[in-house]
Design a protein around this ligand. Structure first.
Ligand code: AMP
Length: 622
């Protein structure tokens, strides 16, 4: 019997989700006991150090705004010593400051936490949700990141997973995960797809070519400063203006009201995706020693007017991605929408106009990434056999059914984060995949995944039921005693609906940004160019610039600018003990490597002596 399951996790700016692959080849969204599968990426830290995550934390946004943290993914891997980052942080009701090496750090009740800690708290909570829903240990995960996350951000995400007690099998790009979920649906022909991913904090456009089980990213482009939060801000600004016009006061003079207004702005945005008018009313607001009433209303038309330019900004990125992929609009076969912001009707309209065809509406933009990550996790740990078969049942299944060994590590560290359990209300139960009811007035976007093509039934063997007949469980094992998902998995295995092994998807991804190093005069010399396929290894030769130079400082930059200041400096490394000699006579070969997760490492060799230098990269902001 295996030691547990591997899940796919979409760790989002606003919401996070976990899904699991089932033996029938279909992934399922995992839900807590109250049926919530879309978990707010909100963490609230209590005075006694206990940590609330998800809906219970979200409820504290107004009660305890200083110790309740949301949208922190926006700051992952950002060097908080940089002015633009500290400015952006000033707009949030909680404190986010620069720790060592500029690492973004939050403070709650006098204690500092890094964003790796915060990500770890969310992931630890999702791990508990997954364990409750499946009734099994969940030691492994595939975690997704935006395609344009840099090395520091990817490393931070991986470390957050480890802090939560996971063995992180892979860090996968969100659009690639979305393509994998779409892959269950497709006809098998070669296709070019565009993944238009408009989330809470970032916008990415990725073009992939799908050939059989090969998912190759042709190009990716993004804007890390464009997201659904910007729409909220536009609405909030109008609300604040209206408040000022009605009362002569700025809402920030009452911190709690200010926060409620901010939340209302997001709510209005979401409601306007379904309704033509939405609003916010509050009576008796105590502010600056007065009691005032406030009423605000916005129509969809006004919303479109306020936010149309934000939608249009996304198409500059689409133009760039098409150019990088060397594609024309007419060569794109399908458009997949990802991210909550793609529910905005204006955005759907303009996407249809831009791509000259409507986007696919069978996949839910909220869940598609986590479902795709679950497909990847499932294939990495051995497919249908990921679900452990109890010994009594296994004894009844003929030995011909191969059960590959599971790659579960001997000891997976349990998280030490004091994250509160998801509420256990009533008996423990998992709800099978069921999309939330579509909002009124919208089309039903529920996922209707067909069984994946190429999946067959395991060969029937004598004495075992063939072709879908159900094998009864031994009397000592009752399905009723198992969580619903486990029972469903078991029935699927026993009835022969388990997916036969099929080739694991091959993901060919690219690096979203150029990696280089600083040279004389603040210039940047590229080593690994943007859109290079990963994994990749590239080397360049560099020479000393002064006589008897025995040390060189290498600053690693990521971005497209020719000057260091126009790029993000990922970190620095020092090469020591070089031989003495006139300037230019000592050459160093610097090798950059990106692994399949897009995570960076570097080596350097003094080519005169052939001696390899140990390089330690100090990551800024990570
Ligand atoms: P994601 O990063 O994919 O979780 O997307 C989160 C963003 O989607 C947030 O800015 C949400 O406010 C936004 N969002 C979620 N639902 C809707 C909706 N119905 N209409 C408009 N925006 C939405």
């Amino acid at each position: 019997m295996s030691k547990g399951l591997a899940v796919g996790i979409d760790l989002g700016t606003t919401t996070s989700l976990a899904s699991v692959g089932m033996p029938d080849g279909q992934p399922r969204l995992l839900r807590d006991t109250q049926g919530h599968g879309i978990i707010p990426s909100v963490v609230s830290i209590l005075p006694d150090g206990r940590i609330l995550v998800g809906q219970r934390a979200k409820e504290r946004l107004v009660l305890d705004p200083e110790n309740t943290f949301f949208s922190t993914k926006r700051f992952i891997g950002r060097d908080m010593r940089r002015e633009e980052n500290s400015w952006a942080a000033a707009a949030y009701p909680f404190r986010i400051h620069a720790g060592e090496n500029g690492v973004p750090t939050i403070r709650a009740h006098g204690r500092d936490y890094t964003l790796t800690d915060v990500g770890g708290m969310i992931l630890a909570y999702l791990k508990k949700v997954a364990e409750q829903a499946t009734g099994l240990p969940v030691p492994q995960a595939v975690i997704t990141v935006p395609a344009n996350f840099n090395d520091v951000q990817r490393t931070t995400t991986r470390q957050a997973g480890e802090r939560a007690g996971f063995e992180v099998l892979r860090v996968v790009n969100e659009p690639t995960a979305a393509a994998l979920a779409y892959g269950l649906e497709r006809s098998g022909e070669n296709e070019r797809i565009a993944v238009y991913d408009f989330g809470g904090g970032t916008f990415d456009m990725t073009i992939l070519e799908l050939r059989g089980q090969v998912y190759e990213v042709l190009a990716t482009a993004g804007n890390t400063l464009l997201g659904g939060d910007d729409f909220d801000k536009r609405i909030f600004d109008r609300m604040a203006k209206a408040f000022q016009a009605q009362t002569g006061l700025h809402p920030r003079e009452n911190g709690e009201f200010h926060q409620r207004m901010f939340l209302a702005a997001e709510r209005i945005k979401c409601q306007l995706s379904d309704w033509l008018v939405a609003g916010f009313t509050e009576r008796g607001v105590e502010i600056a020693g007065r009691r005032v009433d406030f009423q605000f209303e916005m129509s969809r038309e006004q919303f479109n007017e306020a936010c149309g330019d934000l939608v249009d900004m996304s198409f500059d990125v689409c133009d760039e991605a098409l150019r990088l992929a060397d594609c024309t609009l007419t060569s794109i076969d399908q458009i997949i929408l990802v991210g909550g912001t793609t529910r905005v009707p204006l955005l759907r309209e303009r996407v249809t106009k831009y791509f000259l065809r409507p986007p696919l509406d069978k996949l839910q933009p909220d869940t598609v990434v986590s479902l795709g990550a679950a497909i990847q996790a499932f294939s990495l740990v051995g497919g249908p056999t990921m679900w452990p078969v109890p010994a009594q049942v296994a004894a009844g299944i003929r030995a011909e059914t191969p059960t590959p060994a599971l790659g579960v590590p001997a000891a997976v560290p349990e998280t030490s984060l004091p994250v509160e359990e998801p509420a256990r209300e009533g008996p423990l139960q998992a709800v099978p995949l069921q999309a939330p009811a579509p909002p009124r007035g919208t089309r039903d976007l529920r996922m209707t995944l067909e069984p994946p093509r190429g999946l067959g039934l395991p060969a029937p063997h004598p004495g075992s039921p063939a072709g879908g007949a159900r094998m009864p469980l031994p009397p000592s094992l009752s399905v009723g005693s198992m969580p619903a998902l486990q029972a469903e998995a078991m029935q699927s295995i026993l009835s022969g609906r388990a997916a036969a092994p099929r080739p694991a998807p091959v993901l060919i991804d690219v690096t979203p940004m150029t990696l280089g190093i600083q040279t004389v005069g603040g210039n940047v010399e590229a080593i690994i160019r943007r859109n290079s396929q990963v994994p990749v290894e590239k080397s360049r030769l560099f020479a000393t610039t002064s006589d008897d130079q025995t040390t060189v400082l290498i600053r690693v930059c990521q971005g497209e600018g020719k000057k260091v200041d126009e790029n993000v400096v990922l970190g620095e490394m020092t090469l020591e003990d070089l031989p003495h000699g006139p300037r230019g006579s000592v050459s160093v070969k610097v090798t950059f490597e990106l692994d399949t997760d897009g995570i960076f490492s570097a080596t350097a060799v003094d080519i005169n002596t052939g001696r390899a230098q140990r390089i330690r990269l100090t990551l800024f902001g990570g």
